[in-house]
Ligand binder design. Structure first.
Ligand SMILES: CCCCCCCC/C=C\CCCC(=O)SCCNC(=O)CCNC(=O)[C@H](O)C(C)(C)COP(=O)(O)OP(=O)(O)OC[C@H]1O[C@@H](n2cnc3c(N)ncnc32)[C@H](O)[C@@H]1OP(=O)(O)O
Ligand SMILES: Cc1cc2nc3c(=O)[nH]c(=O)nc-3n(C[C@H](O)[C@H](O)[C@H](O)COP(=O)(O)OP(=O)(O)OC[C@H]3O[C@@H](n4cnc5c(N)ncnc54)[C@H](O)[C@@H]3O)c2cc1C
Length: 662
């Protein structure tokens, strides 16, 4: 065993807090940390899950290996008696080392849709076979022609009362289902979102359970054309697929009928809200917030550990080359991202709790909080994925040339994560959904209605009107988190107002609501962004009040200040325009940020250690816990398929004959 790299050892010795205490806090408790590690070690010590580097495999081999692992995973979960969803998730993400896999849609969306939208009788019929993987399903909504504007989806499900069946059709090229994960080769069923027609009337989108492959032979069923859509930017393990349905008949009982229903005679019973069909999307959006935190925290772990062991250039003439982590410019790239990773971890926990709380109310028949849940999940999904997506790339470049190697782990993190900005609701479109809610709330507040929840700040519009800087004795105290939260709140209030006034101004020009909306979309997206930023800063600050360990509290307080102040510098125009800050204060903020970078520097490695990614899950030679990066890079390169022979066959086939001809 190689000794630990001395630089990284020193970093850990210099930390001012106990990493284990912080890990326990992130997990929820010491017991939860113990159990998570126990589950991870079941995978890591399992010979069936020894990891072959996918970068040395073809796409077909990667798909094959992923299906093999998923099948073994299901058996082993049963054998170990692991059935708690969170524990399944720990096991699963360790098995697939952060890659998406062919069963994701089955586990994440097919089962979830059944649970939330099937009637009790349908649950009895479908859930156990789906849980036991006799039924393997996906979520087939997007079509070639439409992903965002789902009201315009063209696949139809027409009820035939004479046989009590639905007849499904994709009548045009643009109506072919396109993208669903696991659809191409893995699934034998799909939840298909289709326009429901009954008794000659269209009732909009509804969800149907459609068998697509024979349960015995796995061959496509009559009327079903199904396959893989081909190689992508990432997602190599996943068979994202196409599906064309031609007169495919399914029993009436296969329409998900917890809310909307079609009676045997074809009469239609409306759901309490037609947006309940979209429930699974809200769930995944809420979960993606936590995934943003994971992708960013992994990237920071790699870049910060590597920066602690990499020496380059000269700081002072004649002195040894410093660790690149000592360069202020390197700290300025990485530490705000580290702070964002912590912020998003807390926001992810909040989003998950909020989803489960409000879904509990929905299940009791109270739909009043659905709009806020939708707006929050849509906005925070977009806000956190955009930041994390850009942040992963910053981390990669912060590793210099070696960041471009697949063995750094960063390219895989990026290509796996970046589609979160698009799937489950394209980010700009999601921001506009949040804006729709914010403008509505703004108008309600102006009319004197009392708002609650994350938008309650709009109640105080008069009080919140920012004053000119000159007329304020003190504006924002840049050393006080509560004061910074207030500044973010005021900025959000201001930008919501700007967006609402833009809409109003457009409408006064006698143009339609829709055109007014389109002409105001820049302001609307900015309002949503400011709202989400406020929510993140607020939640980070609120989290601090729960921390009893003084050393951990101190270091997280430093990170929270950095997150808030750095966000102000990135959006300084907003804060200046709103009169929340003065120009001299902006210079003070830059100085304060520099001081915070110095404060964080001794704890940087300990802060990424606290995320507690073991080497197997991080899968990065640059981010190794022991810091021995060069040795492992050399070993990895030797395993490249091009190095299997000393002389590659292309030499004999092309170069040698060429030479003899010249
Ligand atoms: C732990 C498990 C992990 C598993 C991980 C699995 C990962 C697997 C990897 C990839 C999965 C990817 C899967 C997919 O991508 S599935 C497809 C996702 N598709 C989308 O997200 C489509 C996006 N489009 C929409 O959601 C909607 O069309 C829309 C953009 C929101 C607009 O909808 P629509 O046209 O119907 O509505 P309006 O704009 O007219 O608005 C009407 C009112 O309804 C409100 N609304 C809209 N959506 C919702 C909702 N979901 N919930 C509640 N309310 C909603 C909207 O705000 C309007 O309200 P108002 O009061 O203003 O009228
Ligand atoms: C890896 C991956 C996995 C996927 N898995 C699934 C799956 O399992 N099941 C499934 O059903 N789908 C899946 N999808 C599809 C995904 O949900 C859609 O791609 C997504 O919803 C975006 O829709 P779109 O592709 O139609 O984009 P478009 O809507 O065509 O977006 C293109 C551009 O138009 C802009 N735009 C569109 N509408 C508006 C508007 N109203 N206002 C302003 N700008 C607008 C967008 O901002 C964007 O810049 C997957 C996609 C990917 C990449």
């Amino acid at each position: 065993l190689a000794a630990m790299n001395p630089d990284i050892c020193r970093e850990r010795e210099n930390a001012t807090f106990n990493t284990e205490t912080l890990t326990n806090m992130l997990d929820g408790s010491a017991e939860k940390t113990r159990r998570r590690r126990e589950i991870e070690s079941l995978v890591i010590n399992d010979p069936d899950f020894q990891h072959d580097d996918p970068n040395f495999m073809s796409r077909s081999e990667r798909y094959d290996a992923a299906v093999k692992k998923s099948s073994q995973m299901i058996m082993k979960l049963r054998d170990y008696g692991i059935s708690d969803p969170e524990e399944i998730y720990f096991y699963k993400r360790c098995v697939h080392r952060g890659f998406s896999e062919p069963l994701d849609l089955h586990l994440g969306m097919f089962l979830t849709t059944l649970l939330n939208q099937a009637s009790p009788t349908q649950l009895d019929t479908f859930f156990t076979p789906a849980w036991n993987l006799e039924i393997v399903g996906t979520y087939a909504q997007t079509e070639l022609g439409h992903g965002t504007h789902i009201r315009k989806l063209e696949t139809t499900a027409t009820y035939d009362p004479s046989t009590q069946e639905f007849v499904l059709n994709c009548p045009t090229v643009s109506s072919i289902k396109w993208w669903p994960g696991g659809l191409g080769k893995t699934s034998n069923h799909a939840i298909v979102l289709a326009q429901l027609y009954t008794l000659g009337k269209c009732h909009g989108l509804h969800a149907f359970i459609v068998p697509i492959r024979c349960m015995k032979t796995h061959q496509p069923l009559p009327g079903v054309t199904v396959g893989d859509i081909g190689p992508k930017f990432g997602f190599e393990e996943v068979d994202n697929g196409y599906l064309k349905l031609e007169n495919v008949r399914i029993p009436r009982e296969n329409m998900l009928m917890k809310y909307a229903q079609v009676e045997p005679d074809g009469s239609y019973l409306k759901p309490p809200s037609d947006k309940l069909t979209y429930g699974t999307m809200v769930f995944i959006r809420a979960m993606i917030v936590g995934e943003s935190a994971r992708a960013l925290s992994k990237s920071c772990t790699i870049a910060i550990r590597y920066s602690a062991v990499r020496h380059q250039s000269e700081l002072r003439p004649g002195e040894p080359e410093p660790q690149i982590l000592d360069y202020q410019a390197q700290q300025y790239k990485l530490f705000p991202l580290l702070a964002a990773a912590y912020a998003f971890t807390f926001v992810g926990q909040y989003m998950s709790d909020t989803y489960h709380r409000i879904t509990g109310h929905i299940n009791q028949g109270d739909f009043s909080q659905l709009p806020e849940l939708h707006a929050l999940a849509a906005g925070l999904k977009a806000f956190t994925t955009w930041t994390a997506n850009a942040g992963i790339e910053v981390c990669r470049m912060a590793c210099g040339g070696h960041g471009y190697l697949c063995c750094s782990g960063l390219p895989d993190i990026y290509v796996t994560f970046t589609p979160t900005c698009t799937y489950e609701g394209e980010n700009t479109v999601m921001m506009l959904q949040t804006a729709r809610f914010l403008v509505k709330c703004y108008r309600q507040a102006r009319e004197g209605q009392q708002l609650s929840g994350t938008v309650s700040y709009l109640n105080e519009q008069q009080r919140l009107q920012p004053q000119p800087v000159s007329s304020r004795p003190t504006v924002v105290n840049i050393n006080d988190l509560a004061s910074l939260v207030e500044a973010y709140k005021l900025r959000a209030a201001k930008l919501v107002e700007v967006a609402a006034k833009s809409l109003q101004g457009e409408l006064q020009r006698s143009i339609s609501q829709e055109d007014a909306w389109n002409n105001s979309s820049i302001e609307l997206v900015r309002a949503s962004d400011a709202h989400c930023h406020y929510v993140v800063v607020e939640l980070f600050a609120a989290k601090l009040s729960e921390i009893s360990d003084t050393a951990v509290h101190s270091v997280l307080n430093t990170l929270a200040l950095l997150y808030a102040l750095h966000g102000i510098t990135l959006n300084s125009g907003d804060f200046l325009q709103a009169g929340l800050l003065s120009v001299p204060q902006l210079s003070q903020i830059t100085q304060r940020i520099k001081a915070l970078l110095v404060e964080i520097r001794p704890n940087a490695v300990a802060l990424v250690d606290s995320f507690d990614y073991n080497d197997e899950m991080l899968n990065s030679v640059l981010g190794r816990y022991d810091g021995n990066v060069y040795e492992s890079m050399f070993e990895w390169a030797k395993r490249s398929p091009l190095n299997r022979t000393e002389v590659h066959e292309s030499y004999y086939k092309y170069m040698k004959p060429l030479r003899s001809k010249l």
